[in-house]
Write a protein that binds this ligand. Structure first.
Ligand SMILES: NC(=O)c1ccc[n+]([C@@H]2O[C@H](COP(=O)([O-])OP(=O)(O)OC[C@H]3O[C@@H](n4cnc5c(N)ncnc54)[C@H](OP(=O)(O)O)[C@@H]3O)[C@@H](O)[C@H]2O)c1
Length: 387
């Protein structure tokens, strides 16, 4: 990938950390060690703030990367990023220190990435499942980002250099997602896809939210979910489901929330707000006498989900085959949704859930991919720090 001319210098500085907020006591075993998420999730981690430095003589002499950029501050020509040049398994991922920093279009900002997160779509895309509608290879993967604005395009209206932002960088998850994603030191993103980071959340907590919370919210809206309705969330321990439970309860006013997981994660579901936690290893949710206004299927069990709704109820599905009256949608990234939900995040009514195996440092992105592909992750798999 070819480098762009330099235009900004900047520096990240460590400041006071804030603790993780989600106080669950979930203990489970993996093959190597026993993890107590209560202690792990409460630990403190460093956060960063952006400190602009003076523009160097060298960078002032250079032309701005694009004539659409209104404020020429300096960024390096090249950056560290994870890249793949062919579709395939985790082994196609390569660490590259000479990837060109992306150009900023007029409606975009350039973000210095502080934290990113993985979603199952990153793995499926890398495997070539969406190649018909993908952008050309090579690809820097990554949808979710939290970081600091270091450059703004000429049509950017509100965001400015130094703003701490977060978002899902791909407006349409499967239709031409960006070639330069968030698993890099810099990524260029349309202003409309971003929101200011909730003030109470460290970058690594904010990074796990965008795609999952936008999906959770859009799915609930598409079912017409409203106060007083009941909902069953299939896969309540995953990135999306953990937020569907919370949004249904805290934002939409659900009268009752049920959810499925394996035995070791039932306590987490309850802590997230589920009134009924169903162990899918022991019970078939569709055989229970209780029926629901809505089933939110975040695992691919639509054929069974339609048996768990009341007459006239809805089933929204994120993946797998659809059985009527169920329907599926693909998330649209939207900064307005993040802005709308920020007060719930800042008040602590809705909390990010991050997997206790993480955050994975930038050098371990391949390991993080392998982990999310086990389909056992709790909440989000986050990448932090990013150099
Ligand atoms: N259409 C869209 O726009 C859209 C958007 C986002 C995500 N998605 C898709 O939606 C799915 C969920 O995404 P995600 O990010 O939430 O996934 P995720 O975080 O990777 O989900 C992992 C969780 O799945 C649970 N799980 C596995 N088998 C289960 C089962 N049979 N029943 C209940 N839970 C089960 C695991 O818990 P246990 O260990 O307890 O099994 C694990 O905690 C993925 O297929 C993703 O590609 C689609």
């Amino acid at each position: 990938m070819k480098a762009a001319p330099p235009s900004t210098t900047f520096q990240l500085r460590t400041v006071t950390s804030s603790p993780f907020l989600f106080n669950v006591s979930l203990t489970f075993l993996d093959n190597r060690r026993k993890l107590n998420t209560s202690s792990i999730l409460r630990r403190t981690l460093p956060s960063f703030s952006y400190v602009p430095l003076k523009v160097s003589a060298n960078s002032q002499a250079a032309a701005p990367a694009s004539t659409e950029v209104t404020k020429a501050t300096t960024v390096p020509n090249e950056m560290k990023a994870w890249v793949y040049g062919e579709y395939g398994g985790v082994d196609v991922l390569k660490f590259d220190e000479t990837v060109a920093v992306p150009q900023v279009k007029e409606d975009q900002v350039l973000i210095k990435v502080v934290a990113a997160a993985l979603n199952p779509v990153d793995a499926k895309r890398r495997q070539g499942k969406f190649k018909a509608t993908d952008s050309p290879l090579p690809t820097v993967p990554g949808y979710d980002v939290a970081g600091v604005v270091v450059k703004v395009g000429s049509q950017v209206k509100v965001l400015k250099e130094g703003d701490e932002v977060y978002g899902n960088i791909n407006e349409k998850a499967l239709e031409g997602p960006k070639q330069f994603g968030s698993l890099a030191e810099y990524t260029a993103v349309e202003e409309k896809l971003l929101a200011l980071k909730p003030k109470n959340l460290d970058f690594f907590l904010a990074a796990g939210l965008p795609l999952a919370i936008e999906t959770a919210y859009e799915g609930l809206e598409r079912t017409g979910f409203s106060a007083g309705k009941s909902i069953l969330v299939l896969n309540g321990a995953g990135g999306v489901g953990s937020l569907v439970i919370q949004l249904a309860k805290q934002v939409f006013g659900a009268s009752r929330v049920a959810s499925t997981s394996s035995t070791g994660k039932l306590e987490l579901l309850k802590n997230l707000g589920a009134d009924l936690a169903i162990d899918y290893t022991k019970e078939k949710f569709e055989d229970l006498p209780e029926k629901f206004d809505v089933v939110y299927d975040a695992i691919g069990q639509c054929d069974r989900a339609v048996k768990a709704i009341k007459e006239g109820g809805s089933v929204v599905a994120l993946t797998g085959a659809v059985t009527p009256p169920g329907f599926r949608f693909v998330v649209t990234s939207n900064g307005e949704v993040l802005k709308k939900l920020n007060p719930y995040l800042e008040s602590g009514k809705v909390k990010p859930v991050v997997d206790p195996k993480g955050p994975f440092p930038f050098a371990q992105v391949a390991e993080a991919f392998s982990y999310i592909e086990t389909n056992r992750a709790v909440g989000k798999v986050v990448i932090h720090p990013i150099p």
